[in-house]
Write a protein that binds this ligand. Structure first.
Ligand SMILES: Nc1ncnc2c1ncn2[C@@H]1O[C@H](COP(=O)(O)OP(=O)(O)O)[C@@H](O)[C@H]1O
Ligand SMILES: [Mg+2]
Length: 251
């Protein structure tokens, strides 16, 4: 089992959309568990009609298993530990816990499903995080095997990258790499910014990207992933390439 967190301290860059599409693509031949840690619960609402509460209990109470928030989804190979807005209310409660308890409770969310008695053996755990750095996010990213950072190109975004990579290394987390979402290949400025990204991050800038695409944006409103909605498009091809690259990094 490999766990990967999708993190960026900026909102709207495509963490949730990427988790949805990457999970779907990986689920072609792997078992996937998604953990939604964002109180906005967008990812959960995409996958299930009524996201189960309880993750907030698992994070704050040592004896509560994250399994209380676990549901199957309409995809046979994808299960989800869902988020609800209750997650927004426990940040300060989590913060007040002793550090070992914070660590234990966060570890439980990611590692519980590896226990021998657990019914399903997942190949990948994908974690969708809120665009905030708090003790929950910090603990989770330090526990995951890899942290991937979706970014949207723009001068400010490029300037913000050291902040994100510093956060990742300060937590002792393993940086899987950065990938560009909403790439506009007809925009010379995007092409130039992509070059800048590659020269500043080296191999930590993934070769694959997701283009700015109506297919990606609109599919979610139909409760479909981009590959399901229009599998023949450039966007779907890019998602498949990105997933291949991510799977190779996680090998
Ligand atoms: N590749 C893309 N092309 C076009 N729109 C996108 C793309 N990726 C995400 N979006 C849109 O951008 C918005 C923010 O995406 P979201 O995944 O919710 O970001 P985050 O989880 O980082 O806050 C959503 O409206 C989503 O539909
Ligand atoms: Mg999100």
């Amino acid at each position: 089992m490999k766990s990967m967190a999708f993190y960026n301290n900026k909102g709207g860059v495509g963490k949730t959309t990427s988790v949805i599409n990457i999970a779907y693509q990986l689920a072609a031949d792997k078992k996937i568990l998604i953990v939604d840690l964002d109180g906005q619960a967008n990812c959960s609402r995409f996958f299930v009609d009524e996201p189960k509460a309880g993750l907030e209990q698992a994070l704050t109470k040592t004896m509560v298993s994250p399994a209380i928030a676990l549901s199957p989804t309409r995809y046979p190979n994808i299960d989800i530990i869902s988020a609800t807005p209750a997650l927004n209310d426990i940040v300060s409660i989590f913060y007040a816990l002793p550090e070992e308890t914070q660590r234990h409770n966060a570890e439980k969310i990611i590692k519980e499903t590896e226990k021998p008695w657990h019914a399903v053996k997942y190949d990948y755990i994908l974690v969708d995080l809120p665009p905030a750095l708090n003790k929950i996010t910090e603990n989770i990213i330090s526990i995951c095997d890899y942290v991937f950072v979706p970014i949207e190109l723009g001068t400010f975004a490029i300037q913000g990258i050291p902040t994100v990579t510093n956060i990742i290394s300060d937590c002792g987390a393993k940086f899987g790499g950065c990938f560009v979402n909403k790439f506009d290949r007809e925009n010379p400025s995007d092409i130039q910014l992509m070059e800048m990204l590659k020269s500043s991050l080296g191999t930590k800038a993934l070769n694959s990207f997701i283009p700015f695409s109506r297919v990606v944006k609109n599919s979610v409103s139909y409760k479909l992933t981009a590959p399901e909605y229009m599998g023949w498009t450039f966007a779907a091809e890019c998602i498949a390439n990105l997933v291949k690259e991510i799977a190779e990094i996680c090998e």
